[in-house]
Design a protein around this ligand. Structure first.
Ligand code: SAH
Length: 484
């Protein structure tokens, strides 16, 4: 982050603006809206500023800028069309530690003025650190269109009730929930639509406040949420909502940090995945933690990679919650098979190649192997192995033993849907060797079936990244190991 975003209270604070043209006038307009005491220095002013000066709304010092004019100012803006003057203002302001903005010159500026959407008291500020003003403007247009016109009225209303609500509902979590219900509920909808007058609205808020039992701890609940395979864009709207409502977020290894970042700033984040060197939190401990947090009245978001009900042990967690009588909801996510296949350009079914699809865990060694390999060996289908990377040789052997031809196409997708995604295609005969060469790391998904051949023509994602086989050929030739 190149800039620290803040909102500055300027009511009755002295601000110096150097320059008397259109650009200065726009800044002055904004400063006056924020209640600042504006002094403008310039040899001459445009018409609109003369009017303001004559009305006494701004103070006008006619002439050239002199450093002494900065004394006592809490902010300065240089908006002349003469660069040396702007630079001079900036230098003196810096010396006095007065934050300065030089219009259209971020090098000389201590602060930049963002584009804003003003629904006062709600103000949305947007900046691109000075890199892309046109993009900033586009974003502003989008927000203008998206944010209800009467948002400010709603926020003002909430502001008037804030201290009353605080006095009436002591438990902070309960208070937050009151406000969440308020903003999601019918009163807010009426205000935003302009349907009801202020008196009836205030009476309604009063009534809903009366209905809240002041000392009640709110009941906790758990949302079991699928975060998808990695790309934050694949999160559902409902998942986003659950994340933002949560007091605590429990996440594991497969959930990307950008997604965890979408939680409320003050939400507690608990990592419960496996990490190299760290002690592994057992499933029993996770179940117990979920129950404990919910019993404390917290709203818990249990974030899982992909879909929580597909090789995610989500069912076990819900059983523990159900046994403890805790309310829960489940938000499905895009499972790795769907996400990886889409981003690899591999249709999981296709009329010419595959009429059925099986999702199976590749964690299928020894006595615990309950997989019906004869079924998986049949032609005309696609089989997706989760957690199969470490057992690739074993999987190939078992399929081959059941008569699957060596030339059956297959693919491994590493870090599917993420910027580091790689797709390695081959056949049962050579895939394992290619995967070893490419030094594929977890998470990776194995897809066995003729549909994987379509990757060659249908791949679309990350196409500018070097292909896995190119990377490995390069790495191996560099190390002089490419002999076989
Ligand atoms: N509940 C998850 C699966 C958890 S099992 C889901 O629905 O996707 C973990 C396995 O999922 C990994 O070993 C890997 O095989 C697969 N997987 C998850 N995310 C993946 C990704 N982004 N790319 C490739 N494989 C992934």
């Amino acid at each position: 982050m190149d800039y620290f975003p803040i909102f500055l209270k300027l009511t009755d604070q002295p601000v110096l603006v150097v320059g008397g043209g259109e650009v200065a006038a726009r800044k002055i307009d904004l400063l006056l809206r924020a209640g600042a005491q504006v002094t403008v220095v310039a040899p001459e002013l445009i018409e609109s500023l003369i009017t303001l000066a004559n009305q006494g709304t701004i103070r006008y010092l006619q002439g050239e800028f002199a450093p002494a004019q900065l004394t006592g100012m809490c902010l300065a803006i240089a908006a002349t069309d003469r660069q040396p003057v702007n630079a001079w203002v900036a230098r003196h302001a810096e010396q006095l530690n007065i934050p300065v903005n030089v219009v259209d010159d971020r090098e000389l500026s201590r602060f930049i003025v963002p584009a804003i959407v003003d629904r006062s008291p709600v103000i949305v500020a947007i900046a691109s650190s000075g890199d892309a003003p046109v993009l900033t403007r586009r974003l502003r247009e989008k927000l203008e269109a998206f944010l209800p016109q009467r948002l400010g009225v709603l926020a003002g209303l909430a502001g008037r009730f804030r201290s009353l609500v605080k006095a009436r509902i002591e438990v902070p979590a309960a208070r937050r929930r009151f406000w969440e219900n308020f903003f999601d509920g019918p009163i807010a909808a009426d205000v935003l639509a302009g349907r009801s007058g202020p008196t009836s609205v205030e009476a309604q808020i009063d009534a809903s406040l009366q209905a809240v039992n002041a000392t009640d701890r709110p009941a906790g609940e758990v949302a079991l949420v699928g975060a998808g395979p990695g790309d934050p864009g694949l999160l559902t709207l409902r998942a986003l909502r659950a994340l933002q409502n949560a007091d605590v977020v429990l996440h594991d290894r497969l959930v990307s940090p950008q997604i965890v970042d979408l939680a409320r700033r003050d939400a507690e984040r608990v990592y419960v995945g496996k990490a190299p060197g760290a002690t592994h939190v057992t499933q029993e401990n996770i179940n117990a933690l979920l129950v404990k947090l919910a019993l404390q009245g917290k709203r818990v978001c249990r974030l899982k990679g992909g879909d929580p009900f597909i090789f995610g042990r989500g069912g076990e967690e819900l059983e523990a919650l159900a046994a403890a009588g805790i309310r829960f909801e489940v938000v499905p996510g895009i499972t790795a098979a769907a996400g990886c296949a889409a981003y690899a350009g591999i249709p999981l079914t296709h009329r010419d190649y595959a009429q059925s699809l099986t999702l199976v865990t590749g964690h299928c060694k020894g006595e615990t192997d309950q997989v019906d390999w004869d079924l998986l060996a049949r032609p005309g289908q696609t089989v997706v192995f989760y957690m199969g990377l470490g057992h690739l040789d074993d999987i190939v052997t078992r399929l081959r033993e059941r008569g699957v031809p060596a030339e059956r196409a297959a693919a491994v997708i590493e870090h599917g849907t993420q910027s580091t995604q790689r797709v390695i295609t081959g056949t049962l005969a050579d895939l394992a060797q290619k995967v070893t060469q490419a030094q594929v790391t977890s998470p990776a998904l194995l897809i066995v079936g003729e549909v994987t051949r379509l990757h060659d023509t249908l791949h679309w994602f990350n196409t500018t990244a070097p292909r896995a086989d190119e990377i490995s050929a390069f790495a191996f030739s560099n190390e002089g190991r490419l002999s076989a």
